[in-house]
Design a protein around this ligand. Sequence first.
Ligand code: EPS
Length: 368
Amino acid sequence: MSHNRFGKVLSVTTFGESHGPAIGCVIDGVPPGLPISAEEFEPDLTRRATGRSRHTSQRREADVVEILSGVYQGRTTGTALALLIRNVDARSKDYANIEAQFRPGHADYTYWQKYGIRDPNGGGRSSARETTMRVAAGVIAKKWLATHHSITVRGHLDQLGPLKPRQFEWSSVEDNPFFWPDASMVGELETYMDDLRKSGDSIGAGVTVVAEGVPTGWGEPIYGKLDAEIAAAMMSINAVKGVEIGAGFASITQHGTEHRDEMTPEGFLGNQAGGILGGISTGQTVRVRVAIKPTSSLRLPGRGIDANGAAVDIVTKGRHDPCVGIRATPIAEAMLALVLMDQALRHRAQCGDVGAVSPRIPAGIDLF
Ligand code: EPS
């Protein structure tokens, strides 16, 4: 399998299978001198992890990071940063019945057709377990962005199936297992998820991620547009089926007078652009939304085929997420942070000497 790596100056290569001995990553291009300890990975890895509420997969992984290289006396050295997490709670017998069968809606079928061989245990390489290492790498990017540019990257669930927040408060997001910005709806979400879990079905979700404090000028037109690289990074996350930047698909029905973000010396009067114009950051909040499909591993029988092409009824056992989107917020944050850090380093390489050519407009109003 090629292309386990993404990023240009800052690159991340991940490896490992869900039921193998370990998963890991190599992060190349981290500037020297960034203070980092193994403990700093814990908060974000815990936010993403399974088994932290009854609404996610009950697999219990400790997700403890071992730093194998690239750090000396608590600081990055500029050499390859290698991180390892050992798998401790794989239960491969759950997958014995689908070893030679393909779950409808799952990568089982395409992996088999492409490679002629696949590791069925926990989905092998196609498992969302791989996203653990994205989040670990994202911890480095978030820290560098915060310390060097005062940038904050954060996100929240913005839709759970049919449910949408009625109010919005960032302060509520980390206080419930759903990353939900409306505290008054948490009970409703609990009931929805309990009923869904009992039914055996799954549901999709929407996640919004924002980066606040991004300076003007990051992103490389034509083929390295900031929005294009964000979209590619988000689409590379398991189960993501759609990405919007700013107004996104709402642009289809907008008039130009509505979509354009007018500018005054005091700041922009809106952010339909999602903080990016011509593939380059405007200095406004970078605003991204992702659509996450419902989990395809279901105990409700579905029609599929086996490796001989025969029709079979497929039932998936095991410990699955009824809504994988619930755990996606930290993953989307990590991918946004990694793309931004890569673009920041590339911007510094080519345009580090370019001074301000005219006064910069403040970020202004962040309304659609
Ligand atoms: C996953 C299936 C389940 C989840 C897993 C993602 O794996 P298993 O059957 O081995 O428990 O638990 O999620 C994780 C282990 C994780 O760390 O995110 C899948 O098919 O994607």
